[in-house]
Design a protein around this ligand. Sequence first.
Ligand code: SF4
Ligand code: SF4
Length: 334
Amino acid sequence: MKWTIEVGRYDRTAGDGRGEVRSYPPPYENAPQRRYQTFEVDLPDHAMVLDALIAIREYQDESLVVRCACRSAICGSCGMWINGAARLACITKLREVARDGKVTVEAPPSMPVVRDLVWDMTPFWQKNRAVLPWLENKEPVPQGEEYRVPNAAMENLIQEVSCISCGVCVMDCESFAVNPDFLGPAALAKAYRYVADPRDAKTHERLGRYSQPNGVWDCTHCYECVAKCPKGVAPMEQILKIRKLAVEAGYRNNSGTRHAVAFAESVAHSGRLNELTLMPKSFGLFNIRAQLQSLPAAFNMLRAGKLPPLLHPKVPHVERIKAIFKKVGGMFSS
Ligand code: SF4
Ligand code: SF4
């Protein structure tokens, strides 16, 4: 079966006339330009995208650079953009993604590129290190034997330890795309793995660390990491668990918690979200710098006719909404 593979290549000479050069729209407008080359390959119906790339490299253009090893979604090496979405090439069938027999592959524009389809994983590992991905011993350390923990406690971590560090979730994370300092879904899923491990002695400190700016509260719930992770780690769900534990541990003096509380208070009070009070309450009323920084966004909303009304009437039967909040209670009830 014939397949057309369009490869976005990068070797610092994009624009030299070899292949069509394209740029990316925001938020990736600063990503290096790729030049796109088209190859034809003859592969069976069940072939994977990685099979096509290896066939190109072996029989058509040995200069094509692609990173791969296990071909079984274990090593996490072959993460790339396939038709504009992050995937592992070794488990993506050509027939599942081809449009009229054509598939486009390229290094993700959210990451620095080394060459062709190989992206630089340095930022990925830096974020992993930043969450302190190791156990801090509980004292006393058992001498001559292992720490004993219930099976159920470790079964609770199976989802998080399934991560193969492929970076696919980070490639398409919307928050990371606009804020490269965001710790990102993979590192924060790993962070939960240590928070929830009963052998760790630093749970409280970890929760404080992950609640800081660029941590768990910077996730925008876009769900991309849940949808894209090839191993079912569901990083966003782990992030939400850390948030809950952090609030319960008393880490409430941060814009993320204030934002969530202000949101809930507004709905509980009037049945509506009052966006006019949301920003000041989230940043803190006396945080003048943050308030000033939000002014451009407010002007943009005004210009687009999206500024919320000054009067904030209650919705009918608001007492029913209040009853729901009273019944649910939890982190927003105090
Ligand atoms: S849900 Fe959060 S962590 Fe996951 S991709 Fe979206 S912004 Fe990133
Ligand atoms: S959480 Fe999933 S997508 Fe992200 S690095 Fe781990 S295995 Fe890859």
